[in-house]
Design a protein around this ligand. Structure first.
Ligand SMILES: C[S@@+](CC[C@H](N)C(=O)[O-])C[C@H]1O[C@@H](n2cnc3c(N)ncnc32)[C@H](O)[C@@H]1O
Length: 240
């Protein structure tokens, strides 16, 4: 694969074509397979309609075993193509199924990745109420690597600490799960230098690739929606 390009298609198929030890940073957020996250069976339809995040070309409705096996597979593939000095910033969140928490760590710890840190992304205080638990306002960014030490790390970024309060985007580009640019910018600042290669295999509307480009890094973006890929290219070419 060439750098400074957006690729439209299945991420695993593209990742397989990359050589070992070539990528400096991966900032990514997969689809969450959130469909079982319903409060009760009784209000299931209503809740599903209210909370469902949909994508152009990904139903996001797999059984848990299939979903988790695929996540293990793709994290292992990301680790393979990552340089020993590289970092993966993997955004996911605890989901509640049948009143119990399901943590992404359940599959992350099955991968070949070294688990270096977890950043809490505080999405901020909307006035919301959950009758059975404290309303959650956070997601997580799991910081993973091929190696647990000696990775690229720009010390000035230590000022951000481990809880990042960054407001989420509203539904921009008709895609309702985009990264705020600031979140990606902090990852790029902390874990790369100029001209390093930044990849997002779930690139969506291309926040990772745009931020990488704007900060003088090389980029590769992959998404299986042609519409999102066109937006990602436009954001770079027209500086949106
Ligand atoms: C949470 S969104 C990422 C949004 C992105 N961070 C942004 O800022 O726009 C997940 C993306 O993964 C894409 N996707 C899901 N399965 C995929 C696959 N197998 N190959 C490539 N892309 C996939 C979806 O189209 C969706 O845009």
């Amino acid at each position: 694969m060439e750098v400074n390009k957006i690729y439209c298609g299945d991420n695993m198929e593209y990742l397989k074509t990359l050589s070992d030890n070539t990528i400096d940073l991966i900032v990514t957020s997969p689809n969450y397979n959130n469909w079982r996250n319903k409060r009760t069976q009784a209000n299931r339809k209503l809740y599903w309609e209210r909370t469902n995040i949909t994508y152009d070309n990904c139903a996001d409705k797999e059984d848990d075993e299939t979903y988790e096996a695929k996540q293990v597979q793709i994290i292992n593939e990301m680790i393979r193509i990552l340089k020993p000095t590289g970092t993966i910033c993997y955004n996911h969140k605890d989901r509640i199924f049948n009143f119990e928490v399901k943590s992404p760590l359940e599959w992350i710890l099955k991968t070949n990745a070294k688990y270096r840190q977890r950043i809490t992304w505080d999405r901020g205080g909307m006035q919301a109420y959950n009758p059975v638990r404290f309303y959650r306002v956070e997601e997580d960014i799991y910081i993973l690597g091929k190696e647990a030490k000696n990775f690229t790390w720009n010390k000035e970024a230590a000022k951000y600490l481990s809880i990042w309060k960054i407001a989420p985007n509203r539904n921009i580009y008709k895609h309702n799960a985009t990264f705020p640019e600031e979140l990606v910018r902090r990852c790029v600042e902390a874990f790369t230098n100029k001209n390093d290669i930044v990849l997002d295999p779930y690139n969506g509307t291309g926040t990772t690739t745009k931020v990488a480009h704007d900060n003088g890094r090389k980029y590769i973006g992959i998404d299986n929606s042609e519409r999102y890929c066109k937006i990602a290219e436009k954001r770079i070419n027209e500086n949106l």
